[in-house]
Design a protein around this ligand. Structure first.
Ligand code: PMP
Length: 400
């Protein structure tokens, strides 16, 4: 029957409801600040957003957004190709291209549309795409639509990428290599220096999704490629406005002038309405702020290190290095749900991640920190985990 494939999810939903937990789609009833809200009736610290620069509640972004709504109205009612390209969209494109120091940029309505649109359009029938096995769903969706031959290389493994490029022979010089900056679930960073070296050796084109690393990594916040010193090797950078820039939307920037022709071949750009001017205006303001307030980057890293060290000191199974995404990996689903519920009761909202959103068969308590978190809030999060540990929720199944 058509609905059979949804039974597992329906059973899981019933189990969660029976246990009185709402980890997916928990309703935020009130936002108190960039780091606090009322979720499912509880005042909580928001430790599972991607609000890395803490700008979602910045008064300057809010004011820019309000002014744009008053000036331009609430929506564009059309796609960028038709009536939906306002001066605001064009200005943001120039500013985001300027931020990256390249000549060309496309602004999309979501980050998902940007990644999916670029990955589905750049390579077509007869081309080859090599993507990291742990790529985001939007990348997988894009490459599937592309009709190109799709080859997965082992997660963050440039040697495996090189081996697969070598096997391609002459075709390697036309291949599209895809990597991310910071991986969203475990917070690990792609070895872009080594990946760029593979591209230099075998040829091809490199697309990097900097969704979680824009604002966070690099001297001026351009992301992991800037931090690795390999921006010149990157052909296409995609990213999102929904994390460090605190709004919604996506972008692709490139030094290749061909991007202007590619723009009108991307279905996720042509056949969807453009962002409302108020969103674009707050995004422009947020971009100005991350450029003029680099101390936010320092603060997010201070918070990341504090949380990472705190959870590590508790003996919890966190990743190998600190990052603004700190995930506690769990093997037992039921125990993970208990932990999520106990964290909520302790006033801390984190993300509960289940396969296939988590990169392995493990479950994750995914924490993400913001420049706007205070040290006290980070300590409250650590103390909440300490309470779970004292209650035995990480034992015996969850030894580090
Ligand atoms: N790429 C990556 C790596 C992501 O993690 C996400 C969102 N989680 C996206 C793209 C899509 O971005 P958005 O949510 O802004 O549409």
């Amino acid at each position: 029957m058509l609905f059979d494939k949804f039974q597992t999810m329906a059973d899981f939903q019933a189990e969660l409801a029976g246990r009185g937990v709402v980890p997916f789609g928990a309703v935020t009833e009130q936002i108190l600040s960039a780091t606090e809200g009322v979720v499912e009736g509880r005042k909580v610290i928001l430790a599972g957003t991607n609000n890395y620069m803490g700008l979602s509640f910045d008064p300057r972004c809010i004011a820019a957004s309000q002014a744009a709504a008053a000036k331009w109205g609430t929506g564009t009612t059309g796609s960028r190709l038709a009536n939906g390209s306002f001066a605001e969209h064009q200005a943001l494109e120039q500013e985001i291209a300027g931020f990256y120091g390249v000549g060309h940029a496309i602004v999309f309505s979501t980050g998902y549309a940007a990644t999916m649109g670029m990955c589905s359009t750049l390579a077509g029938a007869g081309d080859v795409i090599l993507l990291d096995a742990d790529s985001h769903a939007s990348i997988y969706a894009g490459v599937k639509l592309s009709e190109a031959e799709v080859i997965r290389y082992k997660h963050n493994d440039p040697d495996d990428l090189a081996k697969r490029m070598r096997r391609l022979g002459d075709r390697a010089s036309q291949a599209l290599i895809i990597a991310e900056g910071i991986y969203s679930m475990l917070g690990d960073v792609a070895p872009l220096k080594e990946i760029a070296a593979v591209k230099r050796e075998y040829g091809g084109y490199l697309l990097v999704d900097e969704a979680h690393s824009m604002g966070v990594l690099g001297d001026t916040g351009r992301g992991a490629a800037q931090a690795a010193g390999v921006e010149a090797d990157v052909d296409f950078t995609v990213g999102t406005f929904s994390k460090s820039l605190g709004s919604i939307g996506g972008y692709c920037v490139s030094r290749h002038a061909e991007l202007e022709a590619i723009r009108f071949c991307i279905k996720a750009y042509i056949f969807t309405a453009s962002s409302s001017p108020s969103i674009i205006a707050s995004t422009r303001e947020a971009l100005r702020i991350i450029v003029s307030e680099p101390e936010r980057r320092q603060r997010v890293w201070d918070n990341a290190n504090r949380l990472y060290q705190g959870l590590k000191a508790l003996g919890l199974p966190v990743g190998p290095t600190a990052s603004p995404v700190v995930a506690v990996e769990m093997v037992d689903r039921s125990r993970t749900i208990d932990c999520w519920k106990a964290l909520m009761e302790a006033g801390v909202y984190v993300n509960l991640v289940i396969p296939p959103a988590s990169p392995s068969t493990n479950f994750l308590l995914r924490n993400s920190v913001s420049a706007a978190h205070s040290s006290e809030q980070i300590d409250t999060i650590i103390n909440a985990y300490a309470g779970l540990k004292a209650a035995g929720l990480f034992e015996p199944a969850q030894a580090a």
